[in-house]
Design a protein around this ligand. Structure first.
Ligand code: SAM
Length: 246
């Protein structure tokens, strides 16, 4: 049926493609893909021959209205990204927003996402989590951003490039203190590995070993209950404590 279908693809292991996602990709009039070469290889592995149309950061301004016109004409368009779930640190949000605004059907075939995969193996609380995605590449801006997240009462999830992992862990340790954390690398792939420890220990480890290979998610534990208390509550508590002294 006409509409936009947001379809997740694997984050490494080809076995993680869903049956429903494949059926949607096979039946679609076109698949919008970030990197058509990457996606052509992927779809060929599943025997899907649907034509691919590029949709990425640099052509979205022109590709978006074209895609919306095709849906208006009755076509079914599927959106995928290079890996995992589109819209999660990947293009697609504006396309979905405009499809919704135009009254088109928007459906998803959910599946793999590195953020949730990392949370599943980190060994840190998952009742509340905050997905930050990529931090700024420069240290000053990164420190500022981490500082702004210090009071968030939830497990924090970051994506990071291997070349910046050690400095990002050091900045996280400097701003957040020795919180428990996990570095999840190459999830679902042959060299999957999860390293757990305090932020400062993990920073030291990667400073010593040099940049690791592969793709990485950093998961950081929430602040201790004390740190997360907001100032109003803190003032009230201090006031109450002072009264007991007088
Ligand atoms: N949309 C994707 C998703 O849902 O996971 C994320 C796209 S983002 C551009 C790519 C980043 O996701 C990588 O730099 C890495 O931080 C993380 N990532 C993707 N695949 C991964 C894997 N197999 N193991 C660990 N991290 C992964």
């Amino acid at each position: 049926a006409a509409g936009l279908y947001v379809v997740a693809t694997p984050i490494g292991n080809l076995g993680d493609m869903t049956l429903r996602g494949l059926a949607i990709l096979a039946a679609a009039d076109a698949v919008l893909a970030e990197d058509t070469r990457v996606s052509r290889t992927l779809l060929a592995r599943y025997g899907v021959e649907t034509p691919l149309t590029p949709y990425h950061e640099h052509n979205a301004a022109e590709a978006r209205p074209r895609a919306l016109r095709r849906i208006a004409e009755g076509q079914a368009l599927a959106l995928i990204s290079d890996a995992g779930t589109p819209l999660v640190s990947d293009p697609g949000f504006k396309l979905v927003a405009e499809a919704v605004a135009a009254g088109f059907a928007v459906t998803t075939a959910p599946g793999a996402s590195a953020a949730l995969a990392a949370l599943c193996v980190a060994g840190l609380p998952t009742d509340r989590f905050f997905f930050e995605g990529f931090l700024p590449p420069r240290s000053a801006a990164r420190r500022e951003r981490i500082n702004a997240l210090a009071g968030v009462p939830a497990t924090l999830v970051f994506y990071e490039a291997p070349s910046r992992l050690a400095e990002t862990l050091a900045d996280l340790a400097a701003e957040l203190g020795p919180r428990p954390a996990a570095v999840a690398r190459e999830l679902t792939k042959l060299h999957e590995e999860v390293l757990r420890g305090t932020l400062d220990a993990l920073a030291a480890r990667f400073q010593a070993s040099g940049p690791p290979r592969g793709e990485i998610v950093v998961v950081v534990g929430a602040p201790q209950a004390r740190e997360a208390v907001d100032e109003t509550t803190l003032d009230a508590e201090i006031g109450a404590a002072l009264k007991t002294l007088s």
